[in-house]
Design a protein around this ligand. Structure first.
Ligand code: NAP
Length: 376
């Protein structure tokens, strides 16, 4: 599609249908092609991945009927705004967009408008553009396929904010070698990436919780010690294992009870930094006033440079957050992107039409240790 054509034409997208019935959250529709600004890029989509935030936006009414669904996409750059540096037409990329809230752009669409600050460029010489993952489960692998690349960007943005800003982990690996991070929910899509960040990029030792069936997988990604979150003694076992050296805690589940567990398991550490992915702080749990704890509340959307209001809560995108994130995203992550692995992938067969099934799998909690992906 040329620049002139897309300005006047429409393309195919999955939009919020207005129904909350099973298997009917989205409908495939034709949307008007919007023009990119000088600061944006336009990507021709190849593959997508679904995230819990997608069905939550729809079912909890955070996005209006007609909004383009989806946050994670991979594809090929079609057009680059005049002020954008570092990207050109034909680049292989994956991108994270605030989908489910706007008619102008969203991931599950033929073309997607992206802010480059949440886009990853891949080395074409290492990327297998011809490989199409067949329907079914594929084991965790390097980010060399469109399905794999589509599955990581929201997660990578999230852990980038968490480590660089919310937890403020020192980027000098040698300073972290005696410290543990406790990642509650290591088998979540976010946890799988957080384990790799902690080990590979920051040189931390990693304790994580998951179901026992995921222990070996998480160890293969870099976890040093794994604990079953269903074990009634899990908190005391982690506490005695960590012996005062669990300096950081990230709760990827972020229920009040999991955040309480994270808080309690780090009790013996003198100064601890905790982060929750659903906005929880000390105010949400029982705390001990004598402990020194700092709280982060990572929200991936804030990487896009604007305050984010979801329901009653507004999360600030402060200049400090933007600077910490940008430095990490532009100068640290590119050095490691070739070494990072995706989650295990569950690939659906019906192209864009798969979006309803993908959303339903997550809404009904039918996915364990996998990321659901599909092609355009
Ligand atoms: N703030 C943000 O920007 C942000 C970004 C991404 C995600 N999130 C939120 O974070 C949450 C996780 O999202 P996700 O996509 O990473 O997760 P996901 O991949 O959908 O998580 C599924 C996994 O959760 C694990 N799990 C469930 N209950 C658990 C518990 N009590 N303790 C430990 N592990 C448990 C299960 O592990 P086992 O199979 O081992 O049992 C399961 O495999 C969602 O609520 C999502 O909305 C927020």
């Amino acid at each position: 599609m040329t620049k002139e054509e897309y300005k006047t034409s429409s393309y195919k997208a999955a939009i919020i249908s207005g129904s909350h019935d099973e298997g009917k959250l989205i409908e495939i529709s034709s949307i008007e092609a919007a023009k990119i600004t000088s600061k944006e890029i336009l990507v021709k989509s190849v593959a997508y991945a679904v995230n819990p935030t997608d069905w939550k936006h729809i079912v909890y009414g955070l996005g209006a009927k007609g909004s383009v669904v989806g946050c994670d996409v991979s594809g090929v750059v079609e057009e680059v705004g005049e002020e954008v540096v570092g990207f050109k037409k034909g680049d292989i990329v994956s991108g994270f967009v605030h989908g489910n809230v706007q008619t102008r752009t969203g991931a599950f669409s033929e073309y997607v408008i992206l802010n480059p600050i949440t886009v990853i460029k891949y080395d074409a010489s290492k990327f297998d553009t011809d490989k199409v993952l067949t329907t079914g489960i594929h084991p965790s692998d390097l980010l060399t396929t469109f399905e794999g690349a589509a599955s990581v960007t929201l997660g990578l943005v999230t852990v980038a904010i968490s480590f660089s800003h919310s937890l403020k982990v020192d980027i000098e690996k040698s300073k972290n070698s005696n410290d543990y991070i406790l990642i509650w929910g290591g088998a979540t899509a976010t946890g799988v990436l957080a384990i790799q960040f902690a080990k590979l990029i920051y040189g931390l030792k990693v304790i994580t919780t998951s179901s026992p069936k995921n222990f070996e997988y998480l160890k293969s990604l870099g976890a040093d010690e794994t604990f079953d979150y269903n074990d009634k003694e899990v908190v005391s076992k982690i506490k005695s294992f960590g012996k005062g050296s669990i300096k950081y805690g990230l709760d990827t589940i972020a229920f009040p009870e999991t955040f309480q567990s994270l808080y309690d398991a780090t009790e013996t550490t003198n100064q601890v930094h905790l982060d929750s992915l659903l906005g929880l702080t000390g105010e949400s749990i029982k705390t001990d006033a004598s402990r020194k704890v700092t709280y982060g509340t990572t929200l991936a959307y804030t990487a896009l440079g604007k305050d984010v209001t979801l329901g009653p809560k507004t999360t600030k995108s402060t200049p400090e957050l933007q600077a910490d994130y940008k430095l990490f995203w532009e100068t640290v992550l590119p050095k490691y992107i070739d070494q990072l692995k995706s989650n295990n992938l569950k690939v659906l067969p019906k192209g864009l039409e798969s979006a309803n099934e993908a959303l339903e799998l997550l809404r009904q909690n039918k996915v364990s240790g996998e990321k659901v992906a599909f092609r355009y």
